[in-house]
Each structure stands twice: as structure tokens, then as C-alpha cells.
Design a protein around this ligand. Sequence first.
Ligand SMILES: Cc1cc2nc3c(=O)[nH]c(=O)nc-3n(C[C@H](O)[C@H](O)[C@H](O)COP(=O)(O)OP(=O)(O)OC[C@H]3O[C@@H](n4cnc5c(N)ncnc54)[C@H](O)[C@@H]3O)c2cc1C
Length: 382
Amino acid sequence: MNFEFTPEQTEFREAVRRFAEKHLAAGKLARAHDPAHPWDVAKLMGKQGLLGITMPEADGGQEGTLMDAVIAIETVASVCPRSADVVQAGNFGPVRVLAEYGTPLQKQKYLTRILAGEAVISVGMTEPEAGSAVTDLRTTATAEGHGFRINGSKVFVTHSGYADVILAYVRFGPGVGGIGSVLIDTKSEGLRRGEPSAFMSGEEWTQLYFDNVYVPPEMVVLREGGFKKQIAGFNVERIGNTSRSLALGRYAFECARQWAMQRKQFGKLLCEFQGLQWKFADMKMKLDAGQLLLYRAAANADRGFPSAEETAIAKAFCNQAGFDVANEALQVMGGTGYSQEELVEYCVRRCRGWMIAGGSIEILKNRIAEGVFERTFSQRAG
Ligand SMILES: Cc1cc2nc3c(=O)[nH]c(=O)nc-3n(C[C@H](O)[C@H](O)[C@H](O)COP(=O)(O)OP(=O)(O)OC[C@H]3O[C@@H](n4cnc5c(N)ncnc54)[C@H](O)[C@@H]3O)c2cc1C
């Protein structure tokens, strides 16, 4: 067992750090408070090879590992927390499912532009009546000729206000086995966006309505029976979510550490008060423990797909740790930490959302408990 990065990983991290410091450090505060997608950052990252890190060269990717993608997201976040979302969108999100299961035609239509930072793909799973119980989703795909008519609605979808295409989970038939996915171009007739709504983080989302939207046969990604494959891809998304939780916790920790070494009260530096030293010790232990769980899940990934159990453990722990650390960092910085002139309060707000998104902490703990007892526990009534 070796806890060190390889020389290649170290070199990659330093290259990403130089890129981030050169292009992303300036404007990081404004970027965090702007709900618009940072297209300028996305295009720069596309040119730098930071989108599609784990994807085949033939698809426009870099043929790197999931660990490389994790290194990229945490290094970018250490300089500009908001820009880490762009690394997520170009590596860990539904783009990964598209790269893995998409046809050459689907990739040609969407993947090339996504990896250039010119387009974004969203995943539409959640519905008004199907949140944690996502397999209760009601959006239907009804055969018409060789294609399908899509009817239903999705909520809380990241990038929903401006995405070019939605990887929509739909129902071809009853039960879990009836679920698959289609690509819905957001210019399609019958697709309507609701009024923009904002999360606590400042991110905006709009409800998506599909009123008899036609999806041609070549835009079906996975037919019925595809749910398990999609969830395997979704574990990659969870690793990106996990990485950002921990990275934003670490960002806030570093701000608070610097603050505690220069802010004086009662004639002493804050770092000289034992009550605050113990907070920093707790924060450090949480960050280090989370880091090991995250790297275990990423390093053990098989062909880029991490195991469901290691991902659940890493995500549940890091979502909580990232939030707790950012929240304590804010406390240590007092009114300055609570102010929007610093990014610490932003880190708290963002970390809070990841405790819900992509499988809430409670749902992940249900999954972990199933591993503990080596059996499943139905969450359903009756
Ligand atoms: C920042 C953010 C980004 C998101 N991005 C997307 C996206 O891009 N695409 C998308 O499709 N969705 C997205 N979502 C939606 C997200 O997946 C759902 O919010 C999540 O699955 C929870 O569903 P819900 O909000 O309906 O809560 P509910 O399912 O109603 O759950 C409410 C509470 O009950 C708990 N709970 C539910 N069932 C159980 C159980 N069996 N055992 C214990 N506790 C339980 C939950 O953990 C939660 O705390 C996003 C959400 C957030 C906050």
C-alpha cells in the first residue's frame, strides 16, 4: 500500500495548479456569486485537456484515470471553488454515461462540443413525486414508429436553464426493469422550461416539462433494463460530488488557518487559543479521513467505474465532513467568515447541497447498511 502520488500524478497536479493560478484565481469571488455557467472557464479547460480526462482519445478525451480526474477537480477547487463545477460537468456528470454508452452518432452530436466547453449536458432523474425513490419516476417513453414520445417532468436538474441536452431517465415499461434513458435536445418541440428557481447555493434550476416530445430512435441511450448501467455511471458523478465537498471544506479550512495566524483578539493570535486549536484539529482529522476514503474509491475504480459501496462510504463521509469543516471554518473567522467578501460562506452553502444531491446522506447510509448486513432492506411501504 502506498499513500503517495506517482511522479506522473504529481506532475499533472502541478500543471493543473499552474493553469488554475494563471487563469482562475482572478475573478474567483465574482464567479462564485454568478449563477451563469462560466463558459469562458469551460472553453479554457477544454483547450487545456481538463474535460474528458478519463475518456478515450478517439472520443476527444485524455485516457486518464478516475484518480487523475479527482486530482483535477480538487486542484482547481483549491484555487477557484466555483470552477470545480466545470471539471465536474466535463468529466463526472452525465457526460460520463454518454461517453460510456452513447453511440458514435450521439457522441458526434454532443460529446465533441461538451469536451470543448461549448455545451453542457444535464441528467434528469428527479421528478416532483420521485426524489430518493427515483425508481418511482413517471416520465414515459411511448413508442411511435421507431422513435418515442416523451411525457413527464423533471425538477432540481443542475444546468437545466441552459443545458443543450438532457440525459433523461424515462420509463419504457413498468417497474425498475422498465427504466432506460434518452437524450432530449433542449431545442425539441414540446420541451418547456418553468420559471427559474434558486438553491441556497445561488445555483439556478428550472422545472423541465416534456409535452409529447419526440425522440428519434438514434437518441435512445439505454432501453428498458438500463437502470443498473446508468447507476454505475452515476457512481462516477457521486465521486465528483464527493471530491467537491471535500475540496470546498479544505478551501474554507485553509482560509480559516491563514486567518487564525494573523487575526489577534485579547492581544493574542486566534491560533494561540486552545478552544480554536481543537477545532482545527477536528477539521484536519475529518479532511484527512475523507481524503483516504475518496482516494480509495477512486483508485479502486474498475475501468473508471468505482464500486457502489466504496463510493457510498466516501460520499456520505465527505459530504458531512466538507460541510462540518466549512461551517467550523466560518465560525473561526467570525463576521468575516459570514461575509460575502470571503468564499468561506459560499463553501458552506455549496457543501450543504451535496448532502442532498446525488443520493442523500441517509440514502447512502441505507446502502452502506445493506453491505454491513449482507442483505437488502426494502424501503417501500407494504
Ligand atoms: C444541489 C442539488 C443538485 C441537484 N441536481 C440534480 C440533477 O442534476 N438531476 C436530478 O435529477 N436531480 C438533481 N437533484 C435532486 C436530488 O437528486 C434530490 O433532491 C434527492 O434525490 C432527494 O430527493 P428529494 O429532494 O425529493 O427529497 P426526498 O426524497 O423527499 O427526501 C427528503 C428527506 O428524506 C430522506 N429520506 C427519503 N427516503 C429515505 C429513506 N428510505 N431512509 C432514510 N431517509 C430517507 C432524504 O434523505 C431527505 O433527507 C439535485 C438536488 C440538489 C440539492
